[in-house]
Design a protein around this ligand. Structure first.
Ligand code: FE2
Length: 279
């Protein structure tokens, strides 16, 4: 699936962009399904913006309960001072997560792509285990910033194996908040680890190494249909979206079943709902 050059590039930079991986038809079907999920979502059943300690716990519970279900999350800037949505619900959702790839037939079909198995194998993943899916809206005007992080923070395995499969469902541009990455930064250490103990979550500091300076980052500008694959240790971020155009993306996080998956990772599966590969 990948040329030797592409594989070398991935090893060197920690990421690779594959244009035209998905067709516009496949994208249209996924977008329509995401819109439907949002339409059926009752905001009153979800967490809004919480400030007090008790409300924070409610917000954590809502997040943790999305590990093996399908839930919608608001953009932080979705609400006005009066606590009401500033714009239509469809333009207020930050993301849908985190198990559509296994629970929703339309998302399942998009995920069960034999080409992904081949790409993953070329990137070194032999026994793919897909733990998480996210549909990210990056809404016009209020699309939230995501600061520097490494995805391995959330999917710790020994040795590190988590790989991100990021599908551009719209053109990702400098204006609408494309991702930025530090080429080669995946050779640095894992800085933080996100830990779950029951219904408690926390961030553990692992390495003192600072995040890269924004000036060293490279924008991952790409067209709708592109697949961006990146290494779990690659530092990346995305800027807020202040443009009038959204930047939809679909992401999958997969590890290699030959590695040891930390029992403290926030998403766990069991025999009743086993983790599986792309197919
Ligand atoms: Fe990320």
């Amino acid at each position: 699936m990948l040329t030797k050059e592409q594989q070398d590039q991935y090893q060197r930079d920690g990421y690779i962009v594959l244009p035209n991986f998905k067709t516009l038809e496949e994208i249209a079907v996924l977008r329509a399904r995401a819109a439907q999920i949002v339409d059926q979502f009752d905001p009153n059943a979800a967490s809004g913006i919480f400030t007090t300690k008790e409300q924070e716990q409610r917000s954590d519970d809502y997040f943790l309960g999305s590990d093996n279900t399908i839930r919608c999350f608001f953009e932080e800037e979705a609400f006005g001072a009066d606590g009401l949505l500033k714009q239509d619900k469809a333009l207020s959702i930050n993301k849908i997560g985190h198990a559509m790839h296994d629970l929703d037939p339309v998302f399942r079909a998009f995920t069960a792509d034999p080409k992904l198995v081949a790409v993953a194998r070329d990137l070194g993943l032999e026994q793919v285990q897909v733990w998480q899916s996210m549909y990210i809206f990056k809404q016009p005007g209020i699309g939230g910033e995501v600061r520097w992080h490494q995805d391995a923070t959330y999917f710790d395995t020994t040795p590190v194996s988590v790989t991100t499969f990021w599908f551009a469902l719209e053109d990702a541009t400098l204006d609408n908040g494309c991702m930025w990455a530090e080429p080669g930064g995946h050779r640095g250490p894992m800085r933080e680890r996100f830990i779950r103990n029951g219904d408690e979550i926390g961030m553990e500091k692992l390495a003192a190494m600072p995040w890269p300076d924004d000036s060293t980052a490279v924008p991952l500008v790409c067209k709708a249909g592109s697949l961006v694959c990146f290494h779990g240790l690659l530092p990346h971020y995305s800027a807020p979206n202040r443009s009038p155009v959204s930047r939809h993306a679909y992401t999958l996080h997969a590890t290699d079943g030959r590695t040891e998956y930390s029992p403290q990772n926030w998403i766990q599966r069991d025999a009743a709902f086993p983790v599986r590969g792309f197919l």
